[in-house]
Design a protein around this ligand. Structure first.
Ligand code: KG4
Ligand code: ZN
Length: 345
């Protein structure tokens, strides 16, 4: 089965074609990051309009790259939520329209399920059951995954998501949006051990997270070092970036180990934008090894938003016999644990 995947939940227009026999045939991505950078964050209305401009050209590009005509597409999967309502509507209505014109089934997919399954696109994919750490701009969740659609929430952030914390800390250091990759880069020049930031909620049992205190700690540390003009020295910025990143990474690693111990599972999957973070991967590699477990993640391009993960997730559900009615689905809020286990097809 050949499935066209469409992702438009936030600020990336992602399109891909996945073949259940041959794997990923093509994928294309247009990032709106440069357009939003000027405003220090995503402007929803601009995002929607840009998805309208980019989506059809990207679909044509993907079909051409795959050497597939529209008649050879068997189904369409689109991101139905969670995300920005206007941005979601663009992908959902175009997917519906194309499905109607081509006479193929169309399925709305949960964006975080897409992230969660993205490591399945890699050469050595994980197998059910596993623990998943979802770390993106909007979510920080530990999930017990026992099958397709069988997701039990083990813990989540009570305030800011990990990616959001990266973005806010970046802003304090005068970096652009999205700040995650920029903090990581700046941290490479940081002095190890100069600052030690707190590891929130690690001194008590449980698998929930909280990153807002860390944000305040970062702000106070930065403000304590600013000169009369309010400027930070280059080395101070790098040292703060490193201390902040280490605190987030350590906190995530401690909770991941705990989740592995609690479930007894031997596989940890990390997904979402923050899973592209190199220090997180290295620390988690060491942490899971101590549990006799294995770590799985997607290539960096498939950690952040992309069409391939939506095509893949949609394909798995369609193969299991799932169908949508003709409604255009767009849910800005959609808890992952509302999904139901899908019987193997
Ligand atoms: O999954 P994603 O592309 O979009 C959402 O669904 O939210 O995640 C975007 C988030 C942003 O907060 C960005 O700063 C963060 O992922 N991010 C990173 C890295 N790359 C992206 N955070 C830390 N290190 C990175 N290398
Ligand atoms: Zn995402």
């Amino acid at each position: 089965m050949r499935v066209l995947g469409i992702e438009t939940s936030c600020d990336e227009t992602g399109v891909a074609l996945y073949d259940s026999d041959r794997g990923l045939l093509a994928d294309a991505l247009y990032s709106q990051v440069a357009m939003h950078a000027e405003y220090g964050g995503v402007v929803p209305e601009l995002a929607s309009r840009d998805h309208i401009r980019k989506l059809l050209p990207l679909i044509r590009e993907v079909l051409q790259e795959a050497g597939v005509t529209e008649k050879e597409v068997d189904a369409i999967a689109y991101t139905a939520g969670p995300g920005l309502i206007g941005a979601l509507m663009v992908g959902a209505s175009l997917a519906r329209g194309l499905g109607y014109a081509w006479g193929v089934p169309v399925l709305g997919v949960h964006h975080m399920e897409g992230h969660l399954l993205a490591p399945m696109l890699e050469e050595t994919p994980p197998a059910f059951p596993f623990v998943a750490l979802l770390v993106s701009g909007g979510h920080t969740q530990l999930v017990e995954v026992t099958g397709l659609g069988a997701y039990r929430l083990l813990g989540e952030s009570l305030d800011d998501a990990a990616g959001e914390a990266f973005d806010k800390a970046a802003k304090m250091l005068g970096l652009d949006y999205p700040g995650g990759p920029l903090i990581a880069k700046l941290a490479e020049r940081g002095t190890a051990g100069r600052f030690r930031f707190p590891r929130p909620m690690t001194d008590r049992p449980g698998l929930d997270f909280s990153f807002s205190g860390l944000k305040t700690f970062t702000l106070n540390t930065a403000d304590g070092l600013r000169d009369a003009q309010g400027e930070l020295a280059e080395q101070d910025r790098a040292d703060i970036a490193l201390a902040f990143q280490e605190a987030v990474v350590d906190t995530l690693a401690i909770k991941c180990r705990r989740a592995l111990q609690q479930t007894g599972f031997k596989q940890l999957v990390i997904a979402g934008g923050v899973s592209a973070n190199q220090m997180l991967r290295e620390r988690l590699e060491a942490a899971v090894a101590r549990e006799g477990a294995k770590l799985f993640y997607a290539r960096p391009r498939f950690c952040t938003d992309n069409g391939a993960m939506i095509a893949y997730a949609g394909c798995q559900r369609l193969l299991a016999g799932e169908q949508d009615d003709l409604r255009i689905r767009a849910r800005p809020r959609w808890p992952l644990n509302e999904l139901q286990p899908v019987a193997a097809g």
